[in-house]
Design a protein around this ligand. Structure first.
Ligand SMILES: Cc1cc2nc3c(=O)[nH]c(=O)nc-3n(C[C@H](O)[C@H](O)[C@H](O)COP(=O)(O)O)c2cc1C
Length: 134
């Protein structure tokens, strides 16, 4: 979306490029940003790239993914509910907790969707802590 430096890619340019991608039947834009120049002063913080996803979605009319320091279930939920993006993409938080989607669903009082092979361990099963029996 941007290189965060004068002379680098700008969000306006990313929008124009996204329009070309949409015309080529691309489905979704992952709205990340560059990290390639020592002059960068990136305002890093929670959801610092989400505004890019919102702008591309609104101005290009294409599905977007928000990425970058999205870590909590409520934060992710709000991004989707307020229409800032169509999906949230997590990297480091999923390294810290590979079961984040299941934990997030539980935190949001939703019923998580388990892979079939994992259903014996599902929280909504009353015997989840029991030894496996057929
Ligand atoms: C182990 C690891 C490898 C990554 N490799 C790439 C990569 O090859 N190319 C890329 O554009 N971003 C890469 N990223 C950046 C992620 O795609 C993502 O944009 C970034 O980690 C911010 O999201 P997060 O705050 O959820 O981690 C990598 C991140 C991690 C943690």
């Amino acid at each position: 979306m941007t290189d965060w430096v004068d002379g680098g890619l700008t969000v306006d340019e990313a929008i124009e490029f996204s329009k070309l991608l949409k015309a080529e039947d691309i489905d979704l834009i992952d709205c990340s940003s560059g990290g390639n120049d020592p002059r960068q002063e990136i305002p890093i913080g929670a959801g610092y790239q989400v505004a890019f996803a919102e702008r591309i979605r609104r101005e290009v009319g294409i599905a977007t993914g928000a990425v970058g320091m999205i870590t909590s279930p409520s934060q992710a939920d709000q991004i989707i509910r307020t229409g800032q993006a169509d999906v949230v993409l997590l990297a480091r938080e999923l390294l810290r907790d590979p079961y984040w989607p299941i934990h997030a669903a539980e935190a949001l009082h939703l019923t998580p969707s388990y892979p079939v092979q994992y259903e014996r361990a599902a929280a909504h099963r009353p015997n989840r802590r029991e030894p496996f029996t057929r």
